[in-house]
Design a binder for this molecule. Structure first.
Ligand SMILES: Nc1ncnc2c1ncn2[C@@H]1O[C@H](COP(=O)(O)OP(=O)(O)OP(=O)(O)O)[C@@H](O)[C@H]1O
Ligand SMILES: [Mg+2]
Length: 214
């Protein structure tokens, strides 16, 4: 469902990604590891459309993102992808229910699923709470609920357990695994944690010469 075709990206004359190609299969849970600074977040941002490649293509469901206008590209991402980033990006002034319902709102879908999703991540009954009332692990569970509430085909996660203690991180990973499986979603998860990578279907290593199977 996702194909990367000779992606190249440089910053200030320094090449980070150099002609990277890879095909991700639908429903597959993939972990991407690699040294700090090698370009993992850059790669995820290119897939998420938060950044554009210098050359090469990101192809989603057979359509090169570059062939779509901004609106159509945004629509495709909003419906087909879910995002979890390290800093959560949970909005402080919205309740948990409103945070989780956000992708549905943006897609003009009814928000009925938000409560069930909160329940699924162990935060049932807390829909009216605000993020400031949560621990880091609970916050990340809200981020997971929000990333999956609109049933995306692909979940993108950058260090989703990066700032959690090992026990909490384990719980979050099991949840990520079970929720993506329940919805038939694939995932691309960037991680430094071998425990996290262990639960992926496939582990890829990003080096300066590209992505290879670890
Ligand atoms: N917006 C930017 N402007 C300039 N340089 C950037 C920018 N974004 C990333 N870089 C550089 O690109 C390289 C890759 O960064 P990236 O964040 O993708 O690494 P990473 O593999 O995610 O590292 P980490 O494991 O530490 O998160 C780094 O050298 C970084 O300094
Ligand atoms: Mg990074």
């Amino acid at each position: 469902m996702l194909e990367l075709d000779r992606l190249t990206k440089s910053y200030g004359g320094r090449t980070v990604l150099d002609g990277l190609s890879h095909a991700f299969r639908a429903g597959e849970f993939v972990a991407i590891m690699g040294e700090s600074g090698v370009g993992k977040s850059t790669l995820l941002n290119l897939i998420a459309g938060l950044d554009t490649p210098d050359s090469g293509r990101v192809i989603v469901d057979g359509t090169p993102m570059s062939a779509l206008d901004d609106d159509a590209a945004t629509r495709l991402r909003r419906t087909r992808m879910g995002f979890i980033f390290q800093a959560f990006h949970v909005l402080p002034h919205l309740t948990l229910r409103q945070n989780v319902a956000l992708p549905l709102l943006l897609n003009h879908e009814p928000d009925a699923r938000a409560d069930a999703m909160l329940e699924a991540v162990g935060l049932g009954g807390r829909g009216n709470d605000f993020p400031r009332q949560l621990s880091g692990g609970e916050m990340q569970r809200v981020a997971i609920a929000r990333a999956l509430v609109h049933r995306p085909a692909l979940l993108l996660a950058d260090e989703p357990t990066g700032n959690l203690d090992p026990d909490t991180a384990g719980g979050i990973l099991r949840l990520l695994r079970s929720e993506t499986r329940a919805h038939g979603a694939g995932a691309i998860m960037v991680t430094h944690s071998h425990a996290a990578a262990d639960m992926a279907d496939q582990v890829l290593l990003l080096t300066s010469s590209g992505l290879k199977f670890a």
